[in-house]
Ligand binder design. Structure first.
Ligand code: GLN
Length: 537
């Protein structure tokens, strides 16, 4: 029988439900169990694809081409497993499906209602993911905070779910905030009591309460939560703030979290292996060097907008046993004519993906700086497109070169809309999305980094390098070292004249894991380490 763990959150958003769910997944994998994690987002958007990164952070892309919530990135990194579109459910998706059935007449004249039609659809999404993933334990994170109007149908659905599968096969984990009040110098549990009361009002009694706190919780405080919230004392888990998220599985393991879950769900397993994870954390905690990488983009005010890139850089650092400091550089400030002074102390420059014109000229400036000063450079998606524009303009004398996304009247559209995108009018879910194969040139940095002939990488774009300009760009020294198997689409470019100048049309950051750093991030950071040693910065 499949076991289900439902993770809810109280008090405030951004408590770390995503990381907590991912951590539980990691711990159960360490016990030799097949797991999967699913995120339920109460917003009405059908998927995260149409959302501005300022609102929800980065859009994470799965292997099968779904544009999802960034928590799926945490899940994949922690459990080291590819997830699918079934791992992200939204209100929009649920209603879309129910309304389609209604239009098809499937409800045979019945009144279509939140209970049971919407809740049934939610439960069927959970079951479908469980079936398709063939997991032994399914972790379901409910987005938002208990008490939000939008999450009500989801909470009702999981309440019913417990009844359907039996209490012995399901458990509720509730994450709460235990604030530290400076005036009294103590941690406070009242917020936890209130949110649990609210949860019980909905009919859900938590089996375990994970308390986010700044200081360790003493035993008497745990006893208080236990008494007021009706959970055994050992099921009140203290989640003290840590500066290193990858340490969380080890902290929770020490708290006995996995043992409690296994016991509660009646699972028997003798395995308990966190060696690889421990080694990885040890490497992070004991770096042998330090490099600074500038990420030049326009969404720099929100940390989460480039979360997978930041994590992938960190993973690249693990491969080189170096600490990577990521400095976010606002491309719009470079654009406004600021001298590239902010770029001078960097050991590497990364230009990430993006949409629209704002900030592009700043990215191009940063790329020119990297190219002319031989600073290691990694471009991703729009980063590749900006690098081609820069090279066309400044090395091939194609003045006015641009992408037709940014300047439809450019005399040299070196980046142009893909043929299959020309008739597309809908914005949601219509880009070239998900994993596609890429053939590598063996004698290139890409070929050497991957040590493979073909790789699958995840995409999210509409535009591509215009094949009409390929010959001209090549003549001036740009190399196309990764192509689609039929040779029609440019996937990777390099400048062999530089120490490390590489850009990809795909998003390598989505496939990087702390225990398996992505080959391109590993080679990029390695080159930054060499740059640092050579320049003494
Ligand atoms: N806007 C560009 C395109 O659609 C790049 C997209 C991206 O960077 N993800 O092709």
């Amino acid at each position: 029988m499949t076991k289900y763990i439902f993770v809810t959150g109280g008090n405030v958003s951004s408590l770390g439900k995503g990381i907590t769910s991912a951590t539980i997944g990691r711990l159960l994998k360490g016990r030799g169990l097949r797991v999967t994690i699913q995120k339920i987002d109460p917003y009405i958007n059908v998927d995260a694809g149409t959302m501005n990164p300022y609102q929800h952070g980065e859009v994470f892309v799965t292997e099968d081409g779904a544009e999802t919530d960034l928590d799926l990135g945490h899940y994949e990194r922690f459990i080291d497993q590819n997830l699918t579109r079934n791992s992200n459910v939204t209100t929009g998706k649920v209603y879309e499906s129910v309304i389609r059935s209604e239009r098809e007449g499937k409800y045979l004249g019945g009144t279509v209602q939140v209970i049971p039609h919407i809740t049934n659809e939610i439960k069927s999404c959970i079951r479908q993911n469980a079936r398709k993933s063939r997991a032994e334990v399914v972790i379901v994170e409910i987005g938002g905070t208990v008490g939000d109007i939008e999450s009500m149908p989801f909470l009702e659905a999981i309440r019913q779910f417990r009844n359907n599968v039996g209490a012995e096969n399901s458990m509720f984990v509730h994450l709460t905030l235990v604030p530290f009040l400076h005036s009294g110098g103590e941690l406070k549990t009242k917020l936890t009591q209130h949110t649990v009361k609210e949860l019980r009002g909905i009919g859900i009694q938590p089996d375990m309460i994970i308390c986010r706190s700044r200081r360790p919780m003493k035993d008497d405080l745990k006893a208080k939560v236990s008494l007021f919230c009706d959970v055994p004392k050992e099921c009140v888990i203290d989640a003290v703030d840590t500066d290193e998220v990858y340490e969380l599985p080890l902290i929770f393991d020490d708290e006995g979290l996995a043992d409690l879950i296994i016991r509660r769900l009646g699972i028997t397993t003798d395995e308990h292996d966190m060696t690889e994870w421990k080694e990885m954390v040890k490497t992070i905690r004991n770096p042998e060097g330090k490099v600074t990488i500038g990420v030049v983009g326009k969404y720099v005010q929100l940390r989460d907008a480039y979360i997978s890139i930041r994590e992938a850089l960190k993973h690249g650092g693990i491969a080189s046993r170096a600490q990577v400091v990521t400095k976010l550089v606002d491309s719009t400030t470079l654009e406004r004519g600021c001298p590239p002074k902010q770029l001078e102390k960097l050991n590497g420059i990364l230009v990430p993906g993006g949409f629209g014109y704002r900030g592009i000229e700043g990215k191009i400036k940063a790329i020119r700086f990297a190219r002319e000063n031989d600073v290691p450079f990694l471009g991703i998606c729009m980063g590749l497109q900006s690098a081609v524009i820069e090279f066309a303009r400044n090395a091939c004398s194609l003045s006015g070169a641009n992408s037709s996304e940014l300047d439809p009247d450019s005399p040299h559209p070196v980046i142009d809309l893909m043929v299959e995108q020309r008739s597309v009018t809908d914005m949601g879910g219509t880009m070239r999305l998900g994993a596609f194969p890429c053939s590598l040139n063996e004698k290139s940095i890409a070929g050497a980094s991957y040590n493979a002939r073909t790789v699958d990488e995840r995409h999210r774009h509409r535009y591509e390098v215009n094949n009409k300009y390929r010959e001209r760009l090549e003549k001036h020294g740009l190399a196309f070292t990764g192509l689609s198997p039929n040779g029609e689409l440019v996937e990777i470019i390099e400048l062999p004249a530089n120490r490390y100048f590489l850009a990809t049309q795909f998003h390598p950051e989505f496939k990087s894991r702390p225990t398996r750093p992505h080959p391109l991030f590993a080679s990029f950071v390695k080159s930054a380490v060499e740059h640092s040693k050579e320049k003494g910065i």
